[in-house]
Design a protein around this ligand. Structure first.
Ligand code: NVA
Length: 366
């Protein structure tokens, strides 16, 4: 029986990975925690339904570009099984008119060592997204005797989980920034809620972004679940929409992180990196001034790269400044045309979930 699942960080040599699929993707209907996360000037406000087929086909083409790059380098690529995402769903606690997608996997699956855990996402429309990955989990479970297949406690997502009328449409960017600085987010603390893409894994240390998709109760839950790890809550006061850490604070190799210059990690949170001689470098400017159409994310998906090993990184093909910077930082850069997959939930890191990276659990912050 083989060892299939193991990954402790985002930079050790990647050997097996899941890449999402855009099929049947839906722009979800408004629900308590989603409208707060859609920029006020977004063309997507108030819109919902199946995404246009030609965009789905083009998004899938982009993901195939990524699969080819990975397979050409000997990385095993697994794919989820999309559901008919425009079905209405319900639990004893809520009803929703639709689900969303199985892009991006990074939001749903968290790999820590030999464990893959499905997250406790705060969006109702994402409640059943894990099902797209269950065929793969069954396969890993059958083939790898050490694989720990886990589901984090499912949040109930009743109305108690959200602050109501948290934003009105007229809220300014400055007011949003004050809320981020005050750590005042749309979710309440009645239960742990978290997206896997808010968790940055660094061996013995987990750095978890507190923001619109992950609450404080989640940090507490993580620390109790993994008593042998150090859990650090981090936040980036420069981000008016703090969702997912991987367009904000991205490690390239041990000792080197790129940080979004609009969202610097504040003191005293920087201290642990500085005390251990990690260099925090401002990421290069994005090549674009706008995200593509029907995209939730910011232009900073430019820094959402996939590190293949401590010397090799895949960067989106049009992000020339980010490529140039990585090159200067001593990385071999592989460009990948992926921009038209951004509307489905993110860039290269988002579009993937780790299954196997060589290496072990090290203490980078002794
Ligand atoms: N909130 C992030 C998305 C990260 C993948 C951004 O849009 O910058």
């Amino acid at each position: 029986m083989a060892k299939i699942v193991s990954s402790w960080n985002d930079w050790d040599p990647l050997k097996r990975v899941i890449v999402g699929r855009c099929d049947n993707s839906v722009i979800p209907p408004e629900e308590p925690a989603t409208s707060e996360k859609v920029p006020v000037d977004s063309e997507m406000r108030g819109m919902w339904g199946l995404r246009p087929l030609e965009t789905v086909e083009r998004g899938n083409e982009c993901l195939e570009n990524l699969v080819k790059i990975l397979e050409d380098r000997g990385v095993v690529v697994d794919r989820p099984t999309p559901l008919q995402w425009n079905q209405a769903i319900g639990t004893p606690d809520f009803r929703n008119d639709s689900m969303m997608t199985c892009m991006p996997p990074r939001d749903i699956l968290l790999t820590i060592g030999n464990e893959i855990m499905a997250a406790a996402n705060s969006f109702r429309c994402r409640y059943f997204e894990y099902l797209a990955y269950w065929p793969l989990m069954e396969e890993y479970f059958e083939q790898d005797p050490d694989f720990k297949w886990t589901q984090a406690p499912r949040p109930r997502l009743t109305d108690r989980s959200y602050k109501h009328n948290y934003y009105d449409e007229k809220i300014t960017l400055e007011e949003r920034l004050v809320r981020t600085a005050n750590k005042d987010f749309v979710t309440t603390e009645v239960e742990p809620m978290w997206d896997a893409a808010d968790v940055m894994r660094m061996g013995k240390d987990l750095f978890i972004q507190h923001g619109l998709t992950t609450n404080r109760a989640a940090m507490d839950w993580f620390q109790r679940y993994y008593p042998e790890y150090r859990v650090h809550a981090v936040n980036f006061p420069g981000d008016p929409y703090p969702i997912h850490i991987d367009a904000t604070f991205v490690p390239l190799r041990p000792g080197l992180i790129i940080n979004n210059p609009h969202r610097p990690l504040p003191e005293p949170q920087r201290a642990i990196f500085e005390a251990n001689d990690w260099q925090i470098v401002e990421a290069a400017q994005p090549a674009h001034t706008e995200p593509p159409a029907l995209c939730y994310s910011s232009v900073w998906l430019s820094m959402n790269c996939l590190v293949l090993d401590p010397k090799t990184v895949i960067v989106e093909a049009s992000e020339v400044y980010q490529q140039e910077q990585m090159d200067k930082l001593g990385m071999n850069v592989i460009p990948c045309d992926l921009r038209d997959a951004y509307p489905f939930g993110g860039g290269l890191h988002c579009s993937t979930a780790d299954v196997y990276r060589e290496g072990e659990c090290l203490d980078y912050f002794p």
